[in-house]
Design a protein around this ligand. Structure first.
Ligand SMILES: O=C(O)CCC(=O)C(=O)O
Length: 258
């Protein structure tokens, strides 16, 4: 596999707002990340976000409701175990992020930086949104890398994407109060018909733009889905001081010599 994006892949990323690299994570690393994630989930080891914290459709109503302690995210992945830090700062990622963001990408510890878990019994539905909606940077130009630690498909709630939607101007009235796309508007319904499913195998990595609309459904299988997600920005695109985006220090990726 080439260690960088081809020109065709870069053109696709610019046009569609995403690119999938099959088998990017070495199998041993993906297996180890999965083992550690399952161990931390079983405890569960803090810090975590529960499904109920999201208040998304299908989430348990409170911590004391049935399934109320279902974990949605194992937070602070890079501080959690060296296997996540090694992946998130690997030259495998640094090489490709250099092509998308310029030299020496910064990893934000404040956003994503987690193991997303999708439990079969109590997973919620995530409506259509852009990740940037609650983030504060000089420019809305960040890239997330979503690594599958198991199979991801429509039935277990893989990510759904609206290709090219990172380039669209979306008017306020197209969004609800929580900044999700309103499915009741014909204008949005036309957009939603363009959706594709980002089906992944273990070790596959989805690179996607922070303005790309995406969503995900329930997990309707018997097994928990696990994915590792990190977000990166360029050295000259910094979090705005005093915001949640600036709450934790960045981690610098290794310098890539060109
Ligand atoms: O797995 C999901 O439900 C989607 C997660 C997501 O889109 C997000 O956290 O931004």
């Amino acid at each position: 596999m080439p260690s960088t994006f081809t020109n065709t892949e870069l053109t696709q990323f610019t046009r569609d707002g995403y690119a999938i690299v099959r088998g990017l994570a070495p199998a041993a690393a993906a297996t180890r990340m999965r083992e550690v994630a399952l161990q931390h989930l079983a405890e569960p080891r803090p810090p975590v976000e529960y499904e109920t914290d999201t208040q998304y459709p299908g989430a348990p109503a409170s911590l004391d409701a049935p399934g109320g302690r279902t974990v949605r995210r194992l937070l602070q992945a890079v501080a959690r175990d060296v296997v996540f830090r090694e992946w998130a700062t690997s030259s495998l990622l640094a090489m490709r992020l250099m092509q998308l963001l310029g030299p020496r990408a910064h990893l934000s510890q404040s956003h994503h930086n987690c193991i997303m878990t999708k439990n079969p019994a109590y997973s919620s539905v995530t409506h259509w949104h852009r990740d940037i909606r609650y983030w504060s940077f000089d420019k809305p130009e960040l890239v997330s890398v979503w690594l599958a630690l198991g199979e991801e498909h429509v039935k277990n709630g893989c990510l759904l994407l609206l290709p090219g939607s990172h380039r669209l101007t979306i008017h306020e009235n197209q969004l609800d109060a929580a900044q999700f796309l309103r499915p009741d508007l014909e204008q949005n319904r036309a957009l939603l018909r363009t959706q594709i499913a980002a089906e992944l195998h273990p070790g596959d990595a989805l690179f996607f733009h922070c303005r790309l609309f995406h969503a995900a459904g329930h997990n309707q299988t018997a097994d928990t889905k696990l994915s590792v997600v990190h977000t990166y920005h360029a050295a000259d695109n910094l979090p705005l001081p005093g915001t949640r985006s600036a709450a934790l220090p960045d981690v610098l990726l290794p310098e890539v010599l060109t």
